[in-house]
Design a protein around this ligand. Structure first.
Ligand code: ATP
Ligand code: MG
Length: 259
């Protein structure tokens, strides 16, 4: 199963990715996190690694080289890729948790992020999974990745929605773009929820936009603390609440016909 975690900037995508990865790992899954956000670089720390992986972009000769190859039908030579085929500096591993990164924009005037989108799309499309493997993709903020086709091989889209209204509008766009490419498993998870009243309101607003809520993660001081100190959130309310989110996702996804 390949899950894309998306939503408005700062809504908590990387936090939800980290929490989901930790929970899936505890259930015995081999979890590959794909860092597909070209701007932020802190995900490796949140997952408990002390350095980032070498970006996959370097496997294909860097951004300039990929830009030249973008018109070709295949930017990665192999027809399909297994996780174990990804060479070590590009694949970090720790107790069943694995991390790859597509690439980061490091310099000003470096040009657009389109090559990263192409590489994310091709990599995810060719990645063949075994039954106990789960892929969780930390997407860049907003909706541009849909325009680049990154989600074409994704089974499930999880939209992270936080209280500000703007988050609902981004959710609506993501939902309709996901439907447009035929993804039926698109759900929202509420995050940073301060009260039951706000949770109800958000759920109502999402329902009006045709989006089902799969779970609710409250505002949790443990999450905030770990973002200051660095490292994994393994205790606290959010770490408990993510269990129900993963349960619901796995059970609903298994009710959909497999493609
Ligand atoms: N449930 C929560 N409770 C408290 N703080 C939270 C919660 N979820 C996220 N945060 C905090 O909100 C901030 C943004 O979270 P995070 O980096 O996960 O968002 P993001 O959507 O990945 O951001 P970006 O768009 O920049 O990649 C962080 O400081 C994080 O600790
Ligand atoms: Mg992030």
């Amino acid at each position: 199963m390949k899950i894309s975690v998306c939503g408005k900037g700062g809504s908590g995508k990387s936090t939800i990715v980290t929490l989901l990865a930790g929970e899936a790992l505890a259930r015995g899954y081999q979890v590959l996190v794909v860092d597909s956000d070209e701007s932020n670089s802190g995900l490796f720390r949140m997952l408990g690694f002390d350095q980032p992986p070498t970006p996959l972009m370097e496997l294909v000769g860097g951004k300039k080289s990929l830009k030249r190859k973008m018109g070709q039908p295949s930017v990665l030579a192999e027809a399909s890729i297994l996780i174990e085929d990804i060479p070590p500096p590009h694949l970090l591993k720790r107790d069943g948790l694995m991390l790859v990164s597509i690439g980061k924009i490091l310099q000003s005037l470096e040009g657009c992020a389109c090559p990263m989108g192409v590489l994310s799309r091709e990599f995810l499309k060719k990645l063949a999974l075994k039954a106990d493997e789960l892929v969780i993709v930390d997407m860049e903020a907003g909706v541009e990745h849909f325009g680049r086709g990154v989600e074409t091989s994704i089974d499930s889209v999880l939209i992270v929605v936080e209280p500000p209204f703007e988050s609902l509008e981004v959710a609506k766009k993501i939902h309709s773009l996901a439907a447009g490419i035929g993804i039926e498993n698109t759900w929202a998870v509420l995050n940073k929820v301060p009260s039951e009243e706000i949770a109800r309101k958000l759920e109502e607003e999402l329902k009006k936009r045709g989006i089902n809520v799969i779970g609710c993660i409250h505002l949790d001081p443990e999450v905030f603390k770990s973002s200051v100190e660095g490292g994994v959130v393994s205790k606290g309310r959010a770490a408990e609440e993510i269990r129900d989110v993963l349960d619901s996702m796995l059970s609903r996804a298994s009710q959909q016909p497999s493609s």
